[in-house]
Design a protein around this ligand. Sequence first.
Ligand code: ATP
Ligand code: ZN
Length: 299
Amino acid sequence: MSSRDRLRIAIQKSGRLSDASIDLLARCGLKFRRSRDKLFCFGETLPVDLLLVRDDDVPGMIAQGVCDLGIVGRNVLLEQIFETGSDRAAAPFREVRPLGFGHCRLSLAVPDEFAYSEPSQLAGLRIATSYPNLLADWLERAGVEAGVVTLSGSVEIAPRLGTADCICDLVSSGATLAANQLKEAAIILESEAVLAAGSVMPGDERGELIDMLLRRIEGVIQVRVSKLVMWQSPRASLDAITRLLPNGQRPTVTSIEGLDNQVSVQAICNDAITWQHLEDMKRAGARQMLVLPVEQMLT
Ligand code: ATP
Ligand code: ZN
Protein backbone atom coordinates (compact mmCIF):
# COMPACT_ATOMS: atom_id res chain seq x y z
CA MET A 1 0.00 0.00 0.00
CA SER A 2 1.34 3.39 -0.98
CA SER A 3 2.15 5.77 1.84
CA ARG A 4 0.03 8.86 1.35
CA ASP A 5 -1.11 11.01 4.20
CA ARG A 6 -4.32 12.10 2.47
CA LEU A 7 -7.27 9.85 1.88
CA ARG A 8 -8.56 9.47 -1.69
CA ILE A 9 -12.11 8.65 -2.70
CA ALA A 10 -13.09 7.74 -6.27
CA ILE A 11 -16.57 8.73 -7.43
CA GLN A 12 -18.34 8.81 -10.80
CA LYS A 13 -17.38 11.87 -12.83
CA SER A 14 -20.68 12.37 -14.59
CA GLY A 15 -23.62 10.04 -14.50
CA ARG A 16 -26.45 8.82 -12.35
CA LEU A 17 -24.37 8.55 -9.16
CA SER A 18 -22.37 11.81 -9.37
CA ASP A 19 -24.66 14.36 -7.71
CA ALA A 20 -25.79 12.07 -4.90
CA SER A 21 -22.17 11.05 -4.20
CA ILE A 22 -21.00 14.68 -3.90
CA ASP A 23 -24.08 15.49 -1.80
CA LEU A 24 -23.39 12.61 0.62
CA LEU A 25 -19.77 13.69 1.09
CA ALA A 26 -20.81 17.33 1.55
CA ARG A 27 -23.22 16.27 4.28
CA CYS A 28 -20.31 14.46 5.93
CA GLY A 29 -18.55 17.84 6.15
CA LEU A 30 -16.25 17.41 3.14
CA LYS A 31 -15.79 20.40 0.86
CA PHE A 32 -13.76 20.21 -2.33
CA ARG A 33 -12.03 22.65 -4.60
CA ARG A 34 -12.65 21.72 -8.21
CA SER A 35 -9.44 21.71 -10.21
CA ARG A 36 -9.45 22.81 -13.80
CA ASP A 37 -9.00 19.34 -15.27
CA LYS A 38 -11.92 18.24 -13.08
CA LEU A 39 -10.34 14.85 -12.45
CA PHE A 40 -8.88 15.65 -9.05
CA CYS A 41 -10.64 17.67 -6.35
CA PHE A 42 -8.65 18.85 -3.36
CA GLY A 43 -10.39 18.50 0.01
CA GLU A 44 -10.44 21.80 1.84
CA THR A 45 -11.93 20.78 5.17
CA LEU A 46 -10.19 17.44 5.80
CA PRO A 47 -7.20 15.60 4.28
CA VAL A 48 -9.56 13.77 1.91
CA ASP A 49 -9.35 14.27 -1.88
CA LEU A 50 -11.68 13.16 -4.68
CA LEU A 51 -10.94 11.46 -7.96
CA LEU A 52 -13.63 11.81 -10.61
CA VAL A 53 -13.62 8.77 -12.89
CA ARG A 54 -15.87 6.48 -14.92
CA ASP A 55 -17.86 4.28 -12.59
CA ASP A 56 -16.30 1.15 -14.11
CA ASP A 57 -12.85 2.41 -13.07
CA VAL A 58 -13.69 2.81 -9.37
CA PRO A 59 -12.92 -0.78 -8.24
CA GLY A 60 -9.66 -0.89 -10.20
CA MET A 61 -8.48 2.38 -8.64
CA ILE A 62 -9.01 0.82 -5.23
CA ALA A 63 -7.29 -2.44 -6.22
CA GLN A 64 -4.24 -0.49 -7.45
CA GLY A 65 -4.09 1.55 -4.26
CA VAL A 66 -4.65 4.80 -6.19
CA CYS A 67 -7.76 5.37 -4.04
CA ASP A 68 -8.73 4.14 -0.59
CA LEU A 69 -12.50 4.32 -0.98
CA GLY A 70 -14.98 4.55 -3.83
CA ILE A 71 -18.67 5.07 -4.46
CA VAL A 72 -20.01 2.75 -7.13
CA GLY A 73 -23.06 0.66 -7.99
CA ARG A 74 -23.09 -2.79 -6.38
CA ASN A 75 -23.70 -4.14 -9.90
CA VAL A 76 -20.33 -2.81 -11.10
CA LEU A 77 -18.46 -3.82 -7.94
CA LEU A 78 -19.79 -7.39 -7.85
CA GLU A 79 -19.28 -7.86 -11.60
CA GLN A 80 -15.62 -6.95 -11.17
CA ILE A 81 -15.26 -9.09 -8.05
CA PHE A 82 -16.48 -12.09 -10.09
CA GLU A 83 -14.22 -11.02 -12.95
CA THR A 84 -11.11 -11.28 -10.78
CA GLY A 85 -12.10 -14.92 -10.51
CA SER A 86 -11.75 -14.88 -6.77
CA ASP A 87 -14.43 -15.50 -4.25
CA ARG A 88 -15.79 -12.41 -2.51
CA ALA A 89 -13.51 -12.79 0.51
CA ALA A 90 -10.32 -12.93 -1.58
CA ALA A 91 -11.15 -10.04 -3.96
CA PRO A 92 -8.95 -6.90 -3.86
CA PHE A 93 -11.97 -4.72 -3.05
CA ARG A 94 -15.21 -5.13 -1.16
CA GLU A 95 -18.53 -3.49 -0.31
CA VAL A 96 -18.31 -1.64 3.01
CA ARG A 97 -21.91 -0.46 3.21
CA PRO A 98 -24.91 0.43 1.04
CA LEU A 99 -25.56 4.17 0.64
CA GLY A 100 -29.30 4.36 0.01
CA PHE A 101 -29.32 5.91 -3.48
CA GLY A 102 -28.90 4.73 -7.10
CA HIS A 103 -31.36 1.89 -6.56
CA CYS A 104 -31.88 -0.40 -9.56
CA ARG A 105 -32.11 -4.09 -10.43
CA LEU A 106 -30.01 -6.21 -12.74
CA SER A 107 -32.76 -8.21 -14.38
CA LEU A 108 -33.38 -10.76 -17.04
CA ALA A 109 -35.77 -9.32 -19.62
CA VAL A 110 -37.50 -11.24 -22.39
CA PRO A 111 -39.53 -10.18 -25.45
CA ASP A 112 -43.18 -9.33 -24.62
CA GLU A 113 -44.48 -12.44 -26.36
CA PHE A 114 -42.15 -14.81 -24.45
CA ALA A 115 -44.20 -16.61 -21.75
CA TYR A 116 -41.45 -16.83 -19.15
CA SER A 117 -42.03 -18.80 -15.98
CA GLU A 118 -38.70 -20.39 -15.03
CA PRO A 119 -34.96 -20.24 -15.83
CA SER A 120 -34.91 -23.65 -17.56
CA GLN A 121 -36.71 -22.02 -20.53
CA LEU A 122 -33.49 -20.12 -21.22
CA ALA A 123 -31.52 -23.26 -22.08
CA GLY A 124 -29.78 -22.83 -25.43
CA LEU A 125 -30.85 -19.19 -25.86
CA ARG A 126 -28.47 -16.24 -26.28
CA ILE A 127 -28.61 -13.55 -23.58
CA ALA A 128 -27.06 -10.12 -24.23
CA THR A 129 -25.56 -8.27 -21.26
CA SER A 130 -22.86 -5.91 -20.00
CA TYR A 131 -22.64 -8.05 -16.87
CA PRO A 132 -21.40 -11.44 -18.19
CA ASN A 133 -19.97 -12.59 -14.85
CA LEU A 134 -23.06 -11.84 -12.78
CA LEU A 135 -25.25 -13.45 -15.43
CA ALA A 136 -23.02 -16.54 -15.72
CA ASP A 137 -23.09 -16.95 -11.95
CA TRP A 138 -26.91 -16.73 -11.90
CA LEU A 139 -27.24 -19.20 -14.79
CA GLU A 140 -24.87 -21.60 -13.08
CA ARG A 141 -26.82 -21.44 -9.82
CA ALA A 142 -30.03 -22.05 -11.78
CA GLY A 143 -28.35 -25.00 -13.55
CA VAL A 144 -29.05 -23.56 -17.01
CA GLU A 145 -26.74 -23.60 -20.01
CA ALA A 146 -27.30 -20.52 -22.15
CA GLY A 147 -25.12 -18.39 -24.40
CA VAL A 148 -23.85 -15.12 -22.89
CA VAL A 149 -23.35 -12.34 -25.46
CA THR A 150 -21.27 -9.54 -23.94
CA LEU A 151 -22.16 -6.03 -25.17
CA SER A 152 -20.83 -2.79 -23.75
CA GLY A 153 -23.97 -0.75 -24.39
CA SER A 154 -27.40 -0.61 -26.07
CA VAL A 155 -28.12 -4.06 -24.76
CA GLU A 156 -31.88 -3.54 -25.00
CA ILE A 157 -31.93 -3.51 -28.81
CA ALA A 158 -30.05 -6.81 -29.17
CA PRO A 159 -33.21 -8.95 -29.46
CA ARG A 160 -34.59 -6.74 -32.25
CA LEU A 161 -31.25 -6.84 -34.05
CA GLY A 162 -31.25 -10.62 -33.81
CA THR A 163 -27.94 -10.74 -31.91
CA ALA A 164 -29.62 -12.24 -28.83
CA ASP A 165 -32.93 -13.78 -27.72
CA CYS A 166 -33.21 -11.91 -24.44
CA ILE A 167 -31.18 -9.57 -22.27
CA CYS A 168 -29.85 -9.07 -18.77
CA ASP A 169 -29.63 -5.35 -17.97
CA LEU A 170 -30.18 -2.66 -15.33
CA VAL A 171 -33.79 -1.67 -14.75
CA SER A 172 -35.32 0.96 -12.53
CA SER A 173 -38.74 2.01 -13.86
CA GLY A 174 -38.93 -0.50 -16.69
CA ALA A 175 -39.75 2.25 -19.23
CA THR A 176 -36.71 1.47 -21.40
CA LEU A 177 -37.68 -2.20 -21.51
CA ALA A 178 -41.28 -1.39 -22.46
CA ALA A 179 -40.08 0.94 -25.22
CA ASN A 180 -38.16 -2.00 -26.68
CA GLN A 181 -41.03 -4.53 -26.40
CA LEU A 182 -39.30 -6.31 -23.52
CA LYS A 183 -40.54 -7.27 -20.06
CA GLU A 184 -38.74 -7.97 -16.80
CA ALA A 185 -38.72 -11.72 -16.13
CA ALA A 186 -36.36 -12.31 -13.18
CA ILE A 187 -34.22 -10.23 -10.85
CA ILE A 188 -30.58 -11.24 -10.85
CA LEU A 189 -29.25 -8.60 -8.43
CA GLU A 190 -30.78 -5.82 -6.31
CA SER A 191 -28.38 -2.91 -6.60
CA GLU A 192 -27.73 0.54 -5.17
CA ALA A 193 -24.70 2.77 -4.71
CA VAL A 194 -22.28 1.34 -2.16
CA LEU A 195 -19.14 2.46 -0.41
CA ALA A 196 -16.27 0.28 -1.64
CA ALA A 197 -12.86 -0.18 -0.06
CA GLY A 198 -9.78 -2.33 -0.44
CA SER A 199 -9.61 -5.70 1.25
CA VAL A 200 -7.23 -4.32 3.89
CA MET A 201 -7.85 -0.99 5.57
CA PRO A 202 -4.82 1.29 5.87
CA GLY A 203 -3.47 1.16 9.42
CA ASP A 204 -2.21 4.76 9.51
CA GLU A 205 -4.05 8.09 9.84
CA ARG A 206 -6.02 7.20 6.74
CA GLY A 207 -7.57 4.30 8.66
CA GLU A 208 -8.71 6.73 11.33
CA LEU A 209 -10.11 9.06 8.68
CA ILE A 210 -12.03 6.16 7.15
CA ASP A 211 -13.49 5.28 10.56
CA MET A 212 -14.57 8.87 11.09
CA LEU A 213 -16.08 9.09 7.61
CA LEU A 214 -17.99 5.85 8.18
CA ARG A 215 -19.46 7.21 11.41
CA ARG A 216 -20.51 10.39 9.63
CA ILE A 217 -22.04 8.47 6.71
CA GLU A 218 -23.95 6.40 9.25
CA GLY A 219 -25.32 9.62 10.76
CA VAL A 220 -26.18 11.17 7.39
CA ILE A 221 -28.06 8.10 6.20
CA GLN A 222 -29.88 7.81 9.50
CA VAL A 223 -31.09 11.44 9.62
CA ARG A 224 -32.66 11.09 6.17
CA VAL A 225 -35.51 9.18 7.82
CA SER A 226 -35.18 10.12 11.47
CA LYS A 227 -37.57 12.66 12.99
CA LEU A 228 -37.94 14.23 16.41
CA VAL A 229 -41.54 13.82 17.51
CA MET A 230 -42.98 16.00 20.28
CA TRP A 231 -46.42 15.95 21.84
CA GLN A 232 -48.42 16.48 25.03
CA SER A 233 -50.65 13.86 26.59
CA PRO A 234 -52.05 12.54 29.87
CA ARG A 235 -49.30 10.65 31.72
CA ALA A 236 -51.58 7.58 31.75
CA SER A 237 -51.62 7.42 27.91
CA LEU A 238 -47.85 7.64 27.57
CA ASP A 239 -47.14 3.93 27.06
CA ALA A 240 -49.94 3.44 24.54
CA ILE A 241 -48.81 6.44 22.48
CA THR A 242 -45.11 5.56 22.61
CA ARG A 243 -45.87 2.08 21.30
CA LEU A 244 -47.31 3.65 18.12
CA LEU A 245 -44.04 5.35 17.17
CA PRO A 246 -42.33 3.68 14.21
CA ASN A 247 -38.95 2.45 15.46
CA GLY A 248 -39.07 5.03 18.25
CA GLN A 249 -36.40 5.47 20.89
CA ARG A 250 -37.20 5.83 24.60
CA PRO A 251 -38.96 9.17 25.11
CA THR A 252 -37.89 12.09 27.28
CA VAL A 253 -40.83 13.03 29.51
CA THR A 254 -41.25 16.40 31.24
CA SER A 255 -44.03 17.59 33.49
CA ILE A 256 -46.11 20.60 32.49
CA GLU A 257 -46.28 23.46 34.98
CA GLY A 258 -49.71 23.64 36.58
CA LEU A 259 -51.09 20.47 34.93
CA ASP A 260 -50.57 17.50 37.22
CA ASN A 261 -51.33 14.44 35.05
CA GLN A 262 -50.20 15.96 31.76
CA VAL A 263 -46.74 15.48 30.30
CA SER A 264 -44.74 16.94 27.44
CA VAL A 265 -42.85 14.26 25.52
CA GLN A 266 -40.15 14.05 22.87
CA ALA A 267 -38.74 11.00 21.11
CA ILE A 268 -36.54 10.25 18.11
CA CYS A 269 -38.16 7.98 15.52
CA ASN A 270 -35.89 6.10 13.14
CA ASP A 271 -38.57 5.26 10.57
CA ALA A 272 -40.80 7.47 8.45
CA ILE A 273 -43.80 9.00 10.21
CA THR A 274 -47.05 9.18 8.26
CA TRP A 275 -50.36 11.02 8.83
CA GLN A 276 -51.74 7.66 9.90
CA HIS A 277 -49.22 7.46 12.76
CA LEU A 278 -50.20 10.95 13.96
CA GLU A 279 -53.93 10.19 13.73
CA ASP A 280 -53.45 6.97 15.71
CA MET A 281 -51.45 8.87 18.34
CA LYS A 282 -54.18 11.51 18.58
CA ARG A 283 -56.78 8.82 19.14
CA ALA A 284 -54.58 7.40 21.92
CA GLY A 285 -54.56 10.80 23.66
CA ALA A 286 -51.73 12.86 22.15
CA ARG A 287 -52.17 16.60 21.53
CA GLN A 288 -50.06 19.37 19.98
CA MET A 289 -47.96 16.95 17.99
CA LEU A 290 -44.89 18.25 16.21
CA VAL A 291 -42.66 16.31 13.82
CA LEU A 292 -39.27 17.95 13.31
CA PRO A 293 -36.51 17.03 10.87
CA VAL A 294 -33.18 16.03 12.36
CA GLU A 295 -30.32 18.09 10.96
CA GLN A 296 -27.37 16.10 12.28
CA MET A 297 -26.96 13.01 14.43
CA LEU A 298 -23.96 11.41 16.11
CA THR A 299 -24.79 8.47 18.32
P1 ATP B 1 -19.76 6.02 -16.90
O1 ATP B 1 -19.57 7.04 -17.97
O2 ATP B 1 -19.29 6.53 -15.55
O3 ATP B 1 -19.19 4.68 -17.25
P2 ATP B 1 -22.36 4.69 -17.05
O4 ATP B 1 -23.11 5.08 -18.27
O5 ATP B 1 -21.68 3.36 -16.99
O6 ATP B 1 -21.35 5.89 -16.72
P3 ATP B 1 -24.68 5.42 -15.41
O7 ATP B 1 -25.71 5.18 -16.45
O8 ATP B 1 -24.45 6.81 -14.97
O9 ATP B 1 -23.28 4.72 -15.76
O10 ATP B 1 -25.08 4.51 -14.15
C1 ATP B 1 -24.28 4.43 -13.03
C2 ATP B 1 -24.92 3.48 -12.04
O11 ATP B 1 -26.20 3.98 -11.66
C3 ATP B 1 -25.22 2.08 -12.53
O12 ATP B 1 -24.07 1.26 -12.53
C4 ATP B 1 -26.25 1.63 -11.53
O13 ATP B 1 -25.61 1.15 -10.34
C5 ATP B 1 -27.00 2.91 -11.19
N1 ATP B 1 -28.37 2.98 -11.78
C6 ATP B 1 -29.50 3.35 -11.12
N2 ATP B 1 -30.57 3.31 -11.92
C7 ATP B 1 -30.15 2.91 -13.13
C8 ATP B 1 -30.80 2.67 -14.37
N3 ATP B 1 -32.12 2.84 -14.55
N4 ATP B 1 -30.05 2.32 -15.43
C9 ATP B 1 -28.72 2.21 -15.29
N5 ATP B 1 -28.06 2.37 -14.12
C10 ATP B 1 -28.75 2.72 -13.04
ZN1 ZN C 1 -19.86 2.84 -16.72
